[in-house]
Design a protein around this ligand. Structure first.
Ligand SMILES: CC(=O)N[C@H]1[C@@H](OP(=O)(O)OP(=O)(O)OC[C@H]2O[C@@H](n3ccc(=O)[nH]c3=O)[C@H](O)[C@@H]2O)O[C@H](CO)[C@@H](O)[C@@H]1O[C@H](C)C(=O)N[C@@H](C)C(=O)N[C@H](CCC(=O)O)C(=O)O
Ligand SMILES: Nc1ncnc2c1ncn2[C@@H]1O[C@H](COP(=O)(O)OP(=O)(O)OP(=O)(O)O)[C@@H](O)[C@H]1O
Ligand SMILES: N[C@H](CCC[C@H](N)C(=O)O)C(=O)O
Ligand SMILES: [Mg+2]
Length: 475
């Protein structure tokens, strides 16, 4: 590709005279750069790409895009290499957002659930829809694993191009606050952006709630319509800079309302009402938060021109989201078991609250907090467990490179109420199941769809479904 075509729209401060005419693409990691590519040097939190131009050159980089002059490669100076990378990705992959109805979902909790329900709803109506998020990327029948909720801009544009080329007319993607702050979706034009809610998470990265909210709000400056949760106290802040039409939903206010709710162990049923039109909705995921997630999905369907009855009919056909209040059958144990992905104080509270009406006995919660992430949420998660569970088995959840016991020590000050500390997660699950009596509910929080445990800097296999099966089979 012609270098200047690749750089279309990128603000440029200076270009050296010896630049190549054609390049084969771009990359931002010196380890994986390929011959003929542009190496985009990014100044990050841990490293500075500008220090790795020699390695990029050895691997065949044709030139660099950088914030300051670099040694050994012709270069183009730009004010912001991350943004340059995102714009170059759009050019290289021929702007798939111009061919797709692109839907972005942001918020602290519920992004994966809402994205899944929305994509599933469209698919059920015969609308070919791609899906990108924490649980993987779905393009046609293929599922590609994801390491992050929203990948780097080059990968985002590449995946959207694959969706467009495979016949998708719509794409639904989760947009994390990290992605917004780090320009992974810079330059994308969203047809619809949705906001689920905001509560404490990721303050290790954002610093303060206001900065976290500001990162999320940025999505609403690059969309043509917004779907928002009217009941969330942060919604006004999120919409402050939003100039597009807004469709709101809620239990207490909004254009789309949920009424006559029936929350059961197997899911939720309610009546969705928009003005004079109302229709029954059912989703096979328990918890009041599922009502909100369903309303978000229905709102995006409405903004896409789908009638409420058609949308509700399609939503009823969508299978449950893997690892989100996922029931595990344990015949013989007499207790209910759920695998869930709650990993914030608010999500943990909501997930545990959802269990109370279906639990004649005790709620036994197994949870831990991720290592190398927001430490401030740890005692708050402890407090949520103490408040809503009858017994907590405190354990580990991806300690990463932190000492698991140090993480547990951070959680304990918030945790009042009966609890056991069992750092080994498999052992913790076994103990919770040992202690469970008929009528109790055991919930394993925080790992959801994950099938590994990151500890000591390694990623080890760990599947909670398998651990439960092993317990049941007596191994
Ligand atoms: C905080 C964060 O998101 N960091 C991401 C960011 O890191 P960074 O900018 O600090 O990068 P860095 O490691 O300092 O390196 C700077 C540059 O030098 C380059 N480099 C570095 C070393 C070298 O030898 N050669 C080289 O070229 C790197 O490729 C990079 O381009 O850019 C890197 C390259 O894309 C990412 O790998 C890294 O994600 C890390 C692994 C991460 O864990 N991110 C998580 C927190 C995250 O993004 N999570 C969100 C939120 C999930 C949610 O709640 O939904 C997500 O979207 O998944
Ligand atoms: N709307 C919601 N409000 C509060 N809690 C929710 C909501 N939806 C789901 N949850 C809880 O949060 C957990 C995570 O849900 P989900 O994976 O959909 O969130 P997410 O925003 O995608 O998370 P991540 O930031 O990791 O991508 C669920 O397992 C459930 O316990
Ligand atoms: N998207 C979330 C996932 C957390 C999953 C949980 N298992 C943990 O490791 O804390 C994050 O990056 O914070
Ligand atoms: Mg997610």
């Amino acid at each position: 590709m012609n270098l200047w075509d690749l750089l279309t729209g990128v603000p440029i401060r200076y270009a050296s005279a010896d630049l190549p005419r054609d390049v084969t693409g771009a990359g931002y990691d010196s380890h994986t750069i390929r011959p003929g590519q542009v190496f985009v040097a990014i100044h990050g939190a841990n490293a500075d790409g500008h220090d790795y131009t020699a390695q990029a050159r050895q691997r065949g980089a044709a030139c660099a895009v950088s914030a300051h002059p670099v040694e050994g490669l012709p270069y183009v100076l730009v004010p912001d290499p991350r943004r340059a990378l995102a714009l170059m990705a759009g050019n290289f992959f021929r702007h798939p957002d111009r061919e797709l109805s692109l839907i972005g979902v942001t918020g602290t909790n519920g992004k994966t659930s809402v994205a899944w329900l929305t994509a599933g709803l469209f698919q059920a109506l015969g609308i070919p829809t791609g899906l990108m998020g924490t649980n993987g990327c779905r393009i046609g029948g293929a599922v590609l694993p994801s390491r992050r909720t929203t990948p780097e801009s080059w990968e985002v544009q590449s995946l959207l191009r694959q969706m467009a080329d495979s016949g998708c007319t719509h794409a639904v993607m989760e947009v994390s606050s990290h992605a917004l702050a780090l320009d992974r979706v810079h330059g994308l034009a969203y047809t619809i952006a949705a906001f689920t809610n905001l509560s404490r998470d990721h303050l290790d990265f954002h610093g303060a709630m206001e900065d976290y909210a500001a990162a999320k709000a940025a999505l609403f400056r690059q969309c043509r319509a917004a779907a928002v949760n009217r009941d969330d106290p942060w919604t006004e802040r999120i919409l402050r800079d939003c100039a597009c039409p807004v469709y709101d939903y809620g239990l207490h206010g909004g254009r789309l309302l949920a009424e006559d709710m029936d929350l059961s162990p197997t899911g939720v049923r309610f009546t969705a009402r928009e003005g004079e039109v109302s229709c029954p909705v059912s989703v096979s995921i328990p918890g009041l938060f599922t009502v909100y997630n369903a309303l978000a999905a229905l709102s995006m369907a409405r903004l896409s021109g789908i009638s409420l009855p058609d949308a509700a009919g399609a939503l009823a056909k969508v299978p449950a989201v893997p690892g989100r209040m996922e029931p595990v059958s344990a015949p013989g144990l007499g207790c209910r078991i759920f695998i869930d992905f709650a990993h914030t104080p608010e999500a943990l509270a909501k997930a545990l609250e959802a269990l109370r009406p279906m639990t004649p006995g005790r709620i036994i919660a197994v949870f831990g907090c991720g290592g190398c992430r927001d430490k401030g949420k740890r005692p708050l998660m402890g407090a949520a467990a103490g408040q809503y569970a009858d017994l907590t088995v405190l354990t580990s959840d991806n300690p990463r490179t932190e000492d698991p016991l140090a993480i547990i020590r951070d959680i304990l000050p918030g945790l009042s109420g009966p609890h056991l500390v069992i750092p080994d997660r498999r052992e913790a699950i076994f103990r919770a199941l040992d202690l469970a009596r008929p009528g109790d509910t055991v919930i394993l929080c925080g790992k959801g769809h994950e099938t590994t445990q990151e500890t000591g800097g390694h990623r080890l296999p760990m599947d909670e479904r398998q651990i439960i099966a092993e317990y049941i089979n007596g191994s």
